[in-house]
Design a protein around this ligand. Structure first.
Ligand code: HEM
Ligand SMILES: [Cu+2]
Length: 553
C-alpha cells in the first residue's frame, strides 16, 4: 500500500520524449535522440513512396505484354523506385536513425559533437527530399537511378536536372552526418572507453563515416556536372564536344560502389550487436570484425570498374578490377565466419532480433556470393544488365541492409520508446519477410540467367512463370513490411513497459533508463572492461547475487 502512495506522488521522470510537447520542441531540437526519430519518420515516408513504385513494377511484370503502363511511364516508375530507395532510404537508414540515436549513448556522451550541425543535416535532407518530391510531381525521371549519359544528358526530356540538384543537396546531409560521427567517436568517448573497447556498431559507423566523407563529394560533383552538361552543353560527357560518356560511369561508380557499403556496413554493425547479445557471447575475433569494416571501406574505393566490364574499358583494367573485387569479398567473409563462430555453442535466444540476424547471415551470403559470379569477367558478359544483377543487389540491399535495419529497430525499440512490441507479431512478420523476400528475388536469378534484361516492361512469354512467382512474393513482402509499422505504432501506446534492459544486453546504452533522459546519463559513465562482457551487466550481476544468496540460505 505504502509504495503505491509514494508512486502516485512521485514526480514523473523527465525523458527525451516528454521533455517538451510542442511541434517547435521537435523541429528545433538539438537532442540526437529526437533527431534520430525525425529521420526515422522521414525515411519511412520515403520508403513507402519507393515501395508504391515497387508494387507498380511488379504489377506490370505479371503479364508479358506491357499492358499496365506505357514503356515511357515504366521507365519513370523504376527510376523513381531506385532513386527513392537508394538515396532517400537506404543510404541514410541506419546511420541517420539508429546511428544518431545510439552513438552518443554507446559512447557515454551527452550528445554528438555538433548538435546544431546534426539538426541542419536533417533539414538539408528534407530540402533534398522535397526537391525530389517536386521532381516526381513534375513528371519524374526516366534514366534509371544511374543517370547514364548520353541518354540523360541529351535525349531524356524528363526532370534530370532537378533530380541532380536534389541529390547534390542531399549529399551534404550525408557528408555532415559522417563528419559529425567521426568527430564524436574521436573526442567524446567516456573515460576508459578505448578504441578496442568500443561496440562493433561504433566501429561500423566509423568506417561508414569515412566513406560518406570521402565518397559523397564525388557523386555530388558528378550529378552537378550532368546538370551543367544538360543545361549548357559544355562537353564533359558529350564526345561531339570533346567529352567522354564513359567518364560519367567512372565518376558515378567511384562513389556508388562505396555507397553500397554505406548501406551494408552499418547493418553489419547492427548484426554484430544482435549476435553478441542474443548469444550472450563476445564476438569471436572482435579485432578482425572491427578492422574488416575499415578494410571494406578502404578497398571499396578500388573496385568501381567491375560495373563497367562491358563498357569497352581495357581488358587489363577489367582483370585488375575483377581481382580486387574478389579481394573485397574477404573482409565480408571474415565477418560471416566470425558471427557463425560466435553463434556456435552460444546460448541462443530466438527472439525477433535474432531471427533478423540469422536472416541477414543467410541472405547476405547469397548476395555476396552472387557478387563473385558477377565479378568473374567472362560470366559478367552474360549476366550484365540482366535480372541476375537485380537479384544480386536486392539480396544484399534488402536481404542485407534492410533486414539488419529492422533487426536493429526491434532490438533497440524498448530503449527508444520504453515499451516492448508484441514478440509473437515480431516473429511472424520477420518470417513473412524472409519468405516473401526469397520468393520475390530468387526467381530473378533464374530469369536473369535465362536472359531477361533488366528495365524492360514487356518480355517473352516463357519468362512469365518466374515473374508471377516474383510478384506473388512481392505481395507477401509488402504485408511483412506493413506489419511492423502497425504493431510498432500500436506498442507506442499499449506496449508493455519493460524497464531499462529487457534483453539483459551488454552496452552502455542499456545502463541508462528507457527512454533515456534528455542528457542520456544522470552520471558520468566510466568504463573498465571490454565490449560484450556479460558478467558486468547490472541485471545479470543482481540475478547472480540473488542466486548465491539462495544457495547460502
Ligand atoms: C556489400 C554489399 C553489396 C551491395 C549493396 C551491392 C550492390 C550492388 C548494386 C546496387 C549493383 C547494381 C548496380 C546497377 O544498378 O547497375 C551491383 C552490381 C554488382 N556487384 Fe554488388 N553489391 C554488394 C556486394 C558485392 C560483392 C561482395 C561483390 C563481389 C565480390 C559484388 C559485385 C558486383 C558486380 C561485379 C556488379 C556488376 C554487375 C553488372 O552490372 O554486370 N557486389 N551490386
Ligand atoms: Cu560495385
Amino acid at each position: 500500500m505504502a509504495s503505491e502512495v509514494i508512486a502516485q506522488t512521485e514526480e514523473p521522470r523527465v525523458t527525451y520524449l516528454n521533455a517538451g510537447h510542442t511541434v517547435k520542441s521537435w523541429l528545433l531540437t538539438l537532442d540526437h535522440k529526437r533527431i534520430g526519430l525525425l529521420y526515422l519518420f522521414s525515411i519511412s515516408v520515403f520508403f513507402a513512396i519507393g515501395g508504391i513504385y515497387a508494387s507498380l513494377i511488379r504489377l506490370e511484370l505479371i503479364t508479358p505484354q506491357g499492358d499496365l503502363m506505357s514503356a515511357d511511364t515504366y521507365n519513370r516508375v523504376f527510376t523513381m523506385h531506385g532513386v527513392m530507395m537508394i538515396f532517400f532510404f537506404l543510404i541514410p537508414s541506419i546511420p541517420a536513425t539508429l546511428g544518431n540515436f545510439l552513438l552518443p549513448l554507446m559512447l557515454g556522451a551527452k550528445d554528438v559533437a555538433f548538435p546544431r550541425l546534426n539538426l541542419l543535416s536533417w533539414y538539408v535532407f528534407i530540402l533534398g527530399g522535397s526537391l525530389m518530391l517536386i521532381t516526381i510531381m513534375t513528371g519524374g525521371v526516366d534514366t534509371g537511378w544511374t543517370f547514364y549519359p548520353p541518354y540523360s544528358s541529351i535525349y531524356s526530356n524528363t526532370q534530370v536536372t532537378l533530380a541532380g540538384v536534389s541529390i547534390f543537396i542531399t549529399g551534404f546531409s550525408s557528408i555532415l552526418t559522417g563528419l559529425n560521427f567521426m568527430v564524436t567517436i574521436h573526442t567524446m568517448r567516456a573515460p576508459g572507453l578505448t578504441w578496442f573497447r568500443l561496440p562493433l556498431f561504433v566501429w561500423a559507423h566509423y568506417a561508414t563515416s569515412l566513406i560518406q566523407v570521402l565518397g559523397t563529394p564525388v557523386i555530388a560533383i558528378t550529378v552537378l556536372a550532368l546538370a551543367f552538361e544538360r543545361t549548357l552543353q559544355i562537353g564533359i560527357f558529350d564526345p561531339k564536344l570533346g567529352g567522354d560518356p564513359v567518364l560519367f560511369q567512372h565518376m558515378f561508380w567511384f562513389y556508388s560502389h562505396p555507397a553500397v557499403y554505406i548501406m551494408i556496413i552499418p547493418s553489419m554493425g547492427v548484426v554484430s550487436e544482435l549476435i553478441a547479445n542474443m548469444t550472450r557471447k563476445k564476438i569471436f575475433g572482435y579485432h578482425f570484425v572491427a578492422f574488416s569494416s575499415l578494410a571494406i571501406a578502404v578497398f571499396g574505393f578500388l573496385v568501381w570498374g567491375h560495373h563497367m566490364f562491358t563498357s569497352s574499358q581495357s581488358m587489363y583494367a577489367g582483370m585488375v578490377f575483377s581481382l580486387i573485387t574478389y579481394a573485397v569479398a574477404i573482409p565480408s567473409a571474415i565477418k560471416i565466419f566470425n558471427w557463425t563462430a560466435t553463434i556456435f555453442k552460444g546460448s541462443v535466444s530466438y527472439d525477433t532480433p535474432m531471427i533478423y540476424a540469422l536472416a541477414f547471415i543467410g541472405l547476405f551470403t547469397v548476395g555476396g556470393m552472387t557478387g563473385l559470379f558477377l565479378a568473374a569477367l567472362g560470366l559478367d558478359v552474360h549476366l550484365h544488365d540482366t535480372y541476375f544483377v537485380v537479384a544480386h543487389f536486392h539480396y544484399v540491399m534488402v536481404g542485407g541492409a534492410i533486414i539488419g535495419y529492422l533487426g536493429g529497430l526491434h532490438f533497440w525499440w524498448p530503449k527508444i520508446t520504453g515499451r516492448m512490441y508484441p514478440e509473437i507479431w515480431g516473429r511472424i512478420s520477420a518470417s513473412i519477410i524472409f519468405l516473401g523476400f526469397n520468393l520475390t528475388f530468387f526467381p530473378q536469378f533464374i530469369v536473369g540467367y535465362l536472359g531477361m534484361p533488366r528495365r524492360y516492361h514487356a518480355y517473352v512469354p516463357e519468362f512469365q512463370v518466374w515473374h508471377i512467382l516474383s510478384s506473388a512474393g512481392a505481395s507477401l513482402l509488402a504485408i511483412g513490411f506493413i506489419m511492423p509499422v502497425v504493431y510498432l505504432t500500436w506498442s507506442l501506446k499499449y506496449g508493455e513497459k519493460v524497464g531499462d534492459n529487457p534483453w539483459m544486453a551488454a552496452g552502455l546504452e542499456w545502463e541508462t533508463s528507457s527512454p533515456p533522459p534528455p542528457e542520456n546519463f544522470t552520471y558520468q559513465p566510466v568504463i573498465n572492461h571490454d565490449a560484450y562482457e556479460f558478467e558486468n551487466v547490472k541485471e545479470i550481476k543482481e540475478a547472480a547475487a540473488r542466486e548465491a544468496a539462495l544457495q547460502t540460505a
